[in-house]
Design a protein around this ligand. Structure first.
Ligand SMILES: CC(C)(COP(=O)(O)OP(=O)(O)OC[C@H]1O[C@@H](n2cnc3c(N)ncnc32)[C@H](O)[C@@H]1OP(=O)(O)O)[C@@H](O)C(=O)NCCC(=O)NCCS
Length: 123
């Protein structure tokens, strides 16, 4: 869990400041999670939530800077998409700020006709 916390801290801008207890809850609430390792070091992660029939969403796909460009991100996403809960879902969504080209190579397409909306709960 500490390695996951550190991966998010260093490799993401959206998942910084997460603590181990909440990360455990996050994993328990995910239907699929994939990790990539270099020996005993966590170098990549991705997870997904799914209702198992209609909708699934990919979250928190991260590869350490040193290991980027080697195909790990692609393997993580492909493995997530092969998880039973995702295979069973009619549609898979994701949100990305600057990696849309990466996901387009994996078959995702931009959706221009819909708008992402959010409600933020202060913790
Ligand atoms: C985005 C990320 C997960 C990609 O992982 P990676 O292991 O470097 O990607 P891969 O080596 O598997 O790349 C697969 C393909 O996507 C391309 N690609 C990778 N990152 C890209 C990007 N940001 N934009 C466009 N294309 C990208 C690669 O060139 C490669 O192309 P190819 O099919 O021609 O070989 C990784 O760069 C990362 O962790 N970035 C920081 C966190 C982040 O922004 N995550 C996305 C959250 S939505």
């Amino acid at each position: 869990m500490d390695q996951l916390r550190q991966l998010f801290e260093r490799g993401s801008f959206w998942a910084q400041g997460r603590n181990e207890a909440d990360l455990r809850r996050m994993l328990a609430g995910s239907q699929a999670a994939v990790t990539a390792w270099n020996q005993r070091t966590l170098v990549g992660f991705g997870r997904a939530t799914s209702d198992g029939v209609y909708r699934a969403v990919l979250w928190d796909v991260v590869v350490t800077q040193e290991q980027q460009g080697l195909g790990l991100g692609r393997r993580i996403v492909k493995t997530l998409l092969e998880a039973p809960a995702l295979m069973a879902s009619e549609r898979v969504y994701l949100m990305t700020t600057n990696s849309s080209g990466f996901y387009e190579r994996l078959g995702f397409e931009k959706v221009e006709r819909q708008r992402l909306m959010q409600l933020i709960h202060s913790k």
